[in-house]
Design a protein around this ligand. Structure first.
Ligand code: NAP
Length: 265
């Protein structure tokens, strides 16, 4: 049971990078923590550190999110533990190479973590929080959701899924008191590149954000009630223009006859 007035934040992928930084920042705010990832030693070390530094409670729930039984274990906790008020749906892996050379089994593993687990936990949280009339979900997507032609297909598509899912959950669940945010980092200095066999040092430094800046900006966007937070984007009007263009398609996306240019009478 959480004794924090803010409740407990369940953070997936809390053992490193963006997830570990969320854990730190949320502990500073006074949230209790439920830390999820595979590396229990790292999670325990982080839990001990944050408990000592901030006087919060931090618990570790070891789970491999490629394993559907483990995902269901996390989902069960999310549904049954009324202390949980925030899900940070963060765990994810990146691509190892170009799509045409990549190992297709690895790409399916990526979909299990970046899509199947994110969907299961995000929808479970939305259903649970909507019933309670309160709660918040932060889904970590990526700016590559907008860059289909410029990065790795399966990874881009997994992050477009997360963005789309978040916008849909917001439409249904925000009237029921659930706060929802998609965070779209650009390149961020974490282990994700090394884990995929690359190096963050090969990337142009002017494009790589420090992870603390990324998470602090994302939480500022959360506090401001943003549905979609793009920490790098200088002018939010650019994103609003994209949305306006998308909405303008709406009236013409489903008619009973094909458009005249196809020549179907
Ligand atoms: P990271 O430092 O590599 O952290 C990834 C986290 O996910 C780790 O805690 C890892 O923990 C966990 N994880 C990986 N495989 C897992 C599995 N099978 N089961 C459970 N947990 C697993 O990378 P990061 O950059 O912080 O990534 C966090 C999120 O940000 C990802 O969704 C990523 O796609 C997104 N993102 C990152 C960037 C970037 O440039 N860094 C940009 C845009 C979006 P264990 O190894 O202990 O399991």
């Amino acid at each position: 049971m959480s004794t924090s007035s803010l409740g407990t934040a369940l953070v997936t992928g809390a053992s490193s990078g963006i997830g570990a930084t969320y854990a730190d920042r949320l502990a500073r705010r006074g949230y209790d923590l439920l830390l999820v990832a595979r590396d229990a030693a790292r999670l325990n070390a982080l839990a001990e550190k944050l408990t000592a530094a901030h006087g919060i409670k931090a618990e570790v729930l070891q789970a491999d999110l490629t394993n559907r039984e483990d995902v269901r274990k996390v989902e069960k906790r999310l549904r049954e533990d009324e202390a949980i008020t925030l899900l940070v749906n963060n765990a994810g892996i990146g691509p190892k190479g170009a799509l045409l050379e990549d190992d297709i089994d690895y790409l399916e593993t990526m979909i299990e973590i970046n899509v199947v687990a994110v969907n299961r936990l995000g929808v479970a949280a939305a259903q649970t929080f909507a019933k309670r009339g309160k709660g918040a979900i932060i889904n970590i997507a990526s700016v590559v959701a907008f860059l289909a032609e410029r990065f790795h297909g399966t990874y881009n598509a997994s992050k477009a899924f997360v963005l789309n899912l978040t916008q849909s959950i917001h439409a249904e669940a925000s009237p029921k008191g659930v706060k929802v945010q998609a965070v779209l980092p650009g390149l961020t200095r974490t282990e994700i590149f090394e884990r995929a066999g690359g190096s963050v040092d090969q990337l142009p430094p002017s494009m790589v954000m420090d992870v603390t800046d990324l998470v602090d900006a994302a939480l500022a966007g959360f506090d401001q009630g943003e549905l979609v937070t793009i920490p790098s984007l200088p002018d939010p009007a650019d994103f609003e223009a994209l949305n306006a263009a998308r909405y303008s398609l709406g009236p013409n996306l489903s008619h009973n006859k094909p458009a005249s240019r196809y020549g179907i009478a």
